[in-house]
Ligand binder design. Structure first.
Ligand code: SF4
Length: 182
């Protein structure tokens, strides 16, 4: 019998959510028995080679490339899961949302403390670069998202239990301690 197929990606994220997935430690062995990975940094497959059952999304959308990848995941995955606060709320990258984009670029490339190496005083403008969006968007504002795993990052156990439930076609149950914020 064919295994469920899982794809993962990192949009505007720090890869911490992927690290949390790897934090399932030795359970990675039964996971590989249970599922097949497709497009993912886990196996370095860059493009979808088949339709997938589950897509795990880390990070929100800060540029046109993120939007393109997210829409591609929606098209190619039956179930999409937003993994972590960046995917759900924009996270740390969304701290720029109250600041005009022009000002963000000026500080990042021209006047900020880490710009001394930019001796040409240029803001990158190659047409190949993805366009920055006016703000960082959570994934559910771009495509339909089926499940949300809170946390920064969500605990490995939560990712593991959620994957098991989805693989077995059972309802995803989030324990109280992961959905309270006090
Ligand atoms: S939710 Fe936290 S761990 Fe995950 S990508 Fe965002 S900052 Fe990194």
């Amino acid at each position: 019998m064919s295994k469920p197929v899982v794809a993962t990606t990192s949009l505007a994220g720090c890869f911490g959510c992927h690290m949390s997935l790897l934090d399932i430690d030795e359970r990675i062995l039964p996971l590989i028995e249970l599922v097949e990975f497709n497009k993912s940094p886990v196996d370095d497959i860059k493009k979808f080679t088949k339709h997938c059952d589950i897509g795990l999304i880390e990070g929100g959308c800060c540029n046109s490339e993120n939007v393109h990848v997210l829409r591609d995941f929606r098209k190619n995955c039956n179930i999409l899961v937003s993994v972590g606060e960046c995917a759900i709320m924009g996270g740390l990258p969304a701290m720029r949302n109250g600041i005009p984009i022009k000002e963000c670029l000026r500080v990042a490339y021209l006047t900020g403390p880490s710009t001394t190496a930019n001796t040409d005083h240029l803001i990158p403008n190659d047409p190949e670069l993805p366009m920055m969006l006016d703000k960082v968007y959570p994934c559910q504002e771009i495509v339909k998202i089926d499940y949300y795993l809170p946390g920064c990052p969500p605990r490995a156990d939560l990712i593991w239990e959620t994957l098991l439930s989805l693989i077995k076609g059972k309802p995803v149950k989030l324990p109280y301690e992961v959905i309270k914020f006090d």
